[in-house]
Ligand binder design. Structure first.
Ligand SMILES: [Fe+2]
Ligand SMILES: [Fe+2]
Length: 284
């Protein structure tokens, strides 16, 4: 696909009230599910700044102007995600979780990686991580998947998920334009996968330890979370994760933008000022 259609990547500024109304266990009163998402929350801000840096470092003047426009949107969206997820850290602190030691380690890791890893590899890792955020975002946006959670956190997740889908081709296309190597792309993807799940896993375990629950209690909550997962959604996630290895893969082959935009009204962002048409919205 030489010149894929370039849609707008708008930067929205929704406001979130992260206050005391958010319960400690805000997903389905499930401690395990909540800390999986809290774990992601902890790695997002610095992770997303790593992505922004990686894309900026390979941005060249001879890139297609429409792609450069999308890069601006990508940078704006990711900066906004980092900002809002970081604001949520204070809620975690207020809830009594000690997160700063973990954050210190993670920040140091990101700083060292940004400094020492070659720029093409960092961009390939970013494109790979973005494939994950788009894949998981599409799963989260499917109606009926994110149920029974705190409304503020639900809006945060849906907003982030839909913008991940909007800008999912950006890092990928910059990578293709600057370093069109399949080996580099899949290497970056494998590393990004290990790091994303590894660091999120550390964060989740760190938070779960602070709950002082027995192993059995945690296992029960984990089972309860797994029982909620829809097999069709898990299958789609698996297919999408594997599709990235194909030589002819391009993010636009997974057509989930209509799904993403159909959720705009659910987060109160359906107005025309954002440059989004909502034709894809199914009649209620
Ligand atoms: Fe993001
Ligand atoms: Fe992203």
């Amino acid at each position: 696909l030489l010149n894929p259609p370039r849609h707008e990547v708008p930067v929205r500024k929704p406001s979130f009230q992260f206050d005391k109304s958010i319960p400690n266990h805000w997903i389905d009163d499930n401690v395990f599910a909540t800390h999986v998402f809290n774990g992601l929350n902890l790695v997002f801000p610095d992770g997303e700044r790593f992505f922004i840096q990686a894309v900026r470092d390979r941005l060249r003047d001879d890139l297609e102007p429409a792609l450069r426009e999308q890069v601006k949107g990508f940078v704006g969206q990711e900066a906004r995600h980092a900002h809002e997820h970081e604001r949520y850290f204070d809620t975690l602190r207020t809830q009594g979780y000690r997160i700063d030691t973990f954050l210190g380690h993670f920040r140091r890791f990101i700083r060292v990686s940004t400094r020492w890893l070659p720029a093409p590899l960092r961009l390939a890792m970013t494109a790979g991580a973005e494939h994950w955020t788009a894949t998981l975002g599409a799963a989260a946006l499917r109606p009926g998947v994110m149920t029974n959670l705190d409304p503020t956190m639900e809006r945060l997740i849906l907003w982030h998920a839909l913008e991940e889908i909007e800008h999912k081709n950006v890092a990928f296309d910059v990578l293709q334009a600057t370093h069109p190597s399949h080996l580099l792309r899949v290497t970056g993807y494998v590393i990004a996968t290990l790091l994303l799940f590894g660091w999120t896993g550390f964060a989740t375990r760190m938070l779960l330890r602070q709950e002082r629950l027995s192993r059995t209690e945690i296992a029960t909550e984990r089972r309860r979370m797994r029982a909620q997962a829809q097999p069709a959604v898990l299958r789609t996630v698996r297919q999408s994760a594997l599709a990235y290895f194909r030589r002819d893969f391009h993010p636009s082959q997974i057509d989930d933008l209509p799904l993403a935009h159909s959720r705009l009204p659910d987060i109160g962002l359906a107005d025309a000022a954002h440059g989004i048409t909502t034709e894809a919205t199914p009649a209620a």
